[in-house]
Design a protein around this ligand. Structure first.
Ligand SMILES: Cc1cc2nc3c(=O)[nH]c(=O)nc-3n(C[C@H](O)[C@H](O)[C@H](O)COP(=O)(O)O)c2cc1C
Ligand code: SF4
Ligand code: SF4
Length: 253
């Protein structure tokens, strides 16, 4: 079983890696932005994983699914989403699309991890609380791996009730946020030192360095990687102030 994932701040990458370790399968794992990501389709069974964003799929993942329509035909796909609190049908959103392209959905897993939005006060937790969330998540992933090994794939986020919860809980009210933030990244030139970390790591190549400063285009998929890794705290997206820079590495220590 090969895996394809988007992970802005490391949570989703951790969950996928742990699940594959626990399954003990001979697997290859590809970040969605990797140039050889299509090699994942060499296997008939796949994992597709991403962070939930407003009970929806990040646009980069949706575009990836749509632009590889033929490749999904006949594939068995297990969906994973990570979330800060509530995903509704975070896996179901991708499942419906993939089924349209002929994939068989084998199951879904929705795992609570620390919140990745560093520039909003809501959902902020202490380092200890975040570590406890990760420990609980690890336990859930281990249990899910056991079920999968027994052939009982979990179906989290795939039911009609989850669909309604995702739609009315968030998607209807926040739809403009997932589609309208491609050009909303804010970089403070007075803080930026032009180190290029953001440009090098952005999965959509949305940032370039011009005259020694980072400049953003209009392709942001809201993954928060640049925001949470900038050494000068120069970047914000949804908010105007950076309260913390949450990443899996920092939260798991
Ligand atoms: C733009 C954005 C929107 C988000 N929306 C939700 C949401 O609707 N529900 C939720 O529980 N978590 C939400 N989160 C939190 C992330 O899904 C969660 O922290 C995830 O584990 C991050 O994974 P990553 O580190 O792999 O990027 C959101 C995060 C971002 C950046
Ligand atoms: S990571 Fe921060 S300091 Fe470095 S180029 Fe990007 S915005 Fe500037
Ligand atoms: S600009 Fe930043 S938040 Fe947007 S996709 Fe790139 S790394 Fe992610």
């Amino acid at each position: 079983m090969n895996a394809i994932y988007l992970s802005g701040t490391g949570n989703t990458k951790h969950v996928v890696t742990l699940l594959l370790d626990e399954l003990g399968m001979d697997s290859r794992i590809y970040p969605i932005e990797s140039p050889d990501v299509l090699r994942a389709f060499e296997d008939d069974e796949l994992i597709l994983a991403y962070p939930t964003m407003f009970s929806n799929i990040p646009y980069l993942v949706r575009d990836f699914i749509n632009s590889n329509q033929e490749a999904w035909k006949g594939k068995k796909v297990f969906l994973i989403t990570t979330m800060g609190l509530f995903a509704g049908d975070g896996t179901g959103c991708a499942a419906r699309l993939l089924k349209k392209y002929g994939a068989e959905i084998t199951g879904g897993l929705q795992i609570v991890m620390p919140d990745s939005i560093g520039d909003c006060k809501a959902l902020k937790k202490t380092r200890e609380q975040n570590k406890a969330i990760i420990d609980k998540a690890d336990l859930r992933v281990t249990q899910a791996a056991k079920l999968i090994r027994e052939g009982n794939y979990p179906g989290e986020g795939l039911s009609f009730a989850a669909h309604l919860a995702g739609l009315f809980g968030q998607r209807l009210w926040f739809y403009n946020k997932t589609t309208g933030y491609k050009d909303k990244l804010k970089i403070d030139p007075s803080k930026c030192i032009g180190c290029g970390i953001c440009a090098k790591n952005c999965p959509t190549q949305n940032i370039r360095i011009e005259n020694g400063k980072a400049v953003a285009s209009a392709k942001c998929t809201m993954c928060y990687r640049c925001v949470d890794y900038c050494p000068k705290q120069a970047i914000t997206l949804l908010g105007k102030t950076l309260y913390e820079q949450p990443t899996y590495e920092r939260n798991s220590k």
